[in-house]
Write a protein that binds this ligand. Structure first.
Ligand SMILES: *Cc1c(COP(=O)(O)O)cnc(C)c1O
Length: 388
């Protein structure tokens, strides 16, 4: 590797830029994970995570990525043959459904227009059709589908589910929405929320975090899928004593404590407002360039990442390669069906207005050098939003 001056711009929709404070916290010496200092840390982290999930119920922290969190939700609450409904929201919704299928869950993955947020009507209609003979145990919904940059109104879906009286549990993938956009686990009535460390929480990859409500814990008591490492009962037992049933990722936990402090200092509402502003500025830039944002409805445009379609005849990955080579910035690739057709601008985690302007300038310069047809003026449009 050769040295490149200045800081790399890691503008993926995760992992995100890890703030110096978190990196420094993680550089402290590893301690005894059964000693007195560690027990205090565990208690503070669980309390802090309850605050971020907005729950008074159980929270879990595992050494894993978000995908491990998907599996945690499945093996702790479901039994082989249980019926689950999910929708074609995008790459992550499909991947979660695939994990459940591998565990012998009867997954009904229903078609959905990936450019729009999932609606409450679609969910209740699906429960009517697919839940008649065998009751549907759970509905899997991705809050912020990071592959498409489309956000779904979880509050509306949770309310409609309750009103329908159906009784299916609501499992939410909040991997790229936690600490980015509002999520109220208890108030909205979510049964399981799954997230990870490397997105809004501003940590390196390596932790899966979950919140589980009373109905999920009830289901846990009778669920029969094999489980060991992920078992909630064992985890709760050990966590209650300030420890884990295995060696936890101590240094990542130091980082999590620091990140939770930072979120508290800024205030979650301000964190959400900042992400909302940066998402609107990004969308304004893309529209001024004359390119299409994948999310059709601006109100459903993700606060975490903007997926941009490149014009036919151009390859989004060639553009990303030029931007990496020339300007030292990493952008997200198109996932699944959108490989080469879409690039994704991550604007979540630890960034400010100037980091966003640098990001957008890098994209605009990239469009120029890669010869992707576009109009000038994206940066001005973003500045209009940022200075409003
Ligand atoms: C990143 C992401 C995941 C997967 O997380 P990994 O940490 O890569 O396992 C799942 N769902 C969504 C919505 C994501 O953005």
């Amino acid at each position: 590797m050769t040295y490149r001056s200045g800081r790399h711009f890691l503008q993926l929709p995760g992992p995100t830029n890890t703030p110096d404070r978190v990196l420094r916290a993680m550089s402290r010496a590893t301690i005894d994970h059964r000693g007195p200092d560690f027990k205090g840390l565990t208690g503070r982290l669980l309390e802090g995570m309850r605050g971020v999930f907005k729950t008074e119920h159980a929270v879990f922290i595992y050494p894993a990525s978000g995908s491990g969190g998907w599996e945690v939700a499945i093996v702790n609450t479901l039994s082989a043959g249980d019926r689950v409904v999910a929708f074609e929201q995008g790459f992550f919704a499909r991947s979660w459904a695939k994990v459940a299928t591998r565990f012998g869950i009867d997954v009904h993955l229903l078609p959905w227009d990936a450019r729009r947020g999932l609606t409450a009507d679609a969910v209740t209609a699906a429960l009517g059709e697919h839940g008649r003979e065998t009751s549907v145990k759970a509905v899997f919904v991705v809050h912020n589908e990071t592959s498409t940059g489309v956000t779904t109104d979880i509050e509306a879906i949770a309310a409609a589910l309750r009103a329908s009286g159906h009784g299916a549990m609501l499992f939410v993938d909040a991997v790229s929405s936690l600490a980015v956009t509002d999520l109220r686990h208890d108030e909205w009535g979510i049964d399981v929320s799954v997230s990870g460390s490397q997105k809004g929480l501003m940590l390196p990859p390596g932790l899966a975090v979950l919140a589980a409500g009373p109905r999920a814990m009830e289901a846990h008591r009778t669920a029969t899928l094999p489980r060991s490492y992920w078992d909630w009962t064992e985890q709760l037992d050990f966590n209650g004593r300030g420890i884990f049933p295995y060696t936890p990722a101590t240094n990542l936990l130091y980082g999590l404590e620091e990140a939770l402090d930072m979120l508290r200092e800024e205030g979650l509402d301000r964190v959400f407002a900042r992400h909302d502003l940066f998402a609107r500025a990004t969308r304004a830039a893309v529209e001024a360039w004359g390119l299409d944002v994948f999310a059709l409805d601006p109100a459903e445009s993700s606060r975490a990442a903007t997926a941009v379609l490149v014009p036919d005849g151009h390859d989004a990955d060639v553009l990303r390669g030029e931007i990496l080579d020339r300007y030292d910035m990493s952008l997200g690739t198109g996932l699944g069906d959108y490989k080469g057709r879409v690039f994704r601008i991550g604007h979540l985690g630890d960034l400010n207005a100037l980091s966003l302007m640098g990001t957008l300038a890098g994209v605009e310069m990239g469009l120029r050098v890669a010869g992707v047809p576009h109009e000038p003026g994206g940066l001005d449009a973003a500045m209009d939003v940022l200075t409003e």
